[in-house]
Unconditional design. Structure first.
Length: 133
């Protein structure tokens, strides 16, 4: 589904699927399934404008395991760190909003919204949007 990068902790497994199982909006949502200490689907990186504050908003629905949305910071292709959201557990769609902490990553050149699953997980994500103002 779209331009995403998948990754997982050593020995972990993850797959990303465009699911039509009760999306929040539209016809599909992103379903992450797997088994890992952590696994991620990082959406396309955006170049940082240091004059802006970035926010990631989106919805998380957890069938098993835990899920969250976070912000990742990069210097080119080098990962520098993250600003984490709150873990969501089983239940219906839960809205999340994470604000960037660019001051903690002064060498960051790019930013990305990232969907996270942990444990033995089946987590859906929808309307995950990175905005800069």
């Amino acid at each position: 589904p779209g331009n995403i990068w998948l990754g997982a902790a050593d020995g972990g497994k993850v797959e990303a699927i465009a699911s039509d199982d009760k999306p929040k909006d539209g016809k599909h949502c992103l379903l992450l399934k797997g088994d890992a200490e952590w696994a991620v689907a990082t959406l396309e990186k955006a170049k940082i404008d240091p004059k802006k504050t970035y926010t990631v908003t989106g919805y998380v629905r957890v069938k098993t395991g835990a899920g969250q949305i976070k912000i990742d910071y990069f210097n080119g292709d080098e990962w520098l760190g993250s600003t984490y959201g709150e873990d969501a557990f089983q239940g219906d769609w839960q809205e999340q909003e994470i604000r960037s902490e660019l001051e903690s990553y002064p060498n960051a050149t790019h930013i990305a919204a990232t969907c996270v699953g942990t444990g033995e997980f089946e987590v859906c994500f929808d309307r995950v949007v990175l905005t800069g103002k």
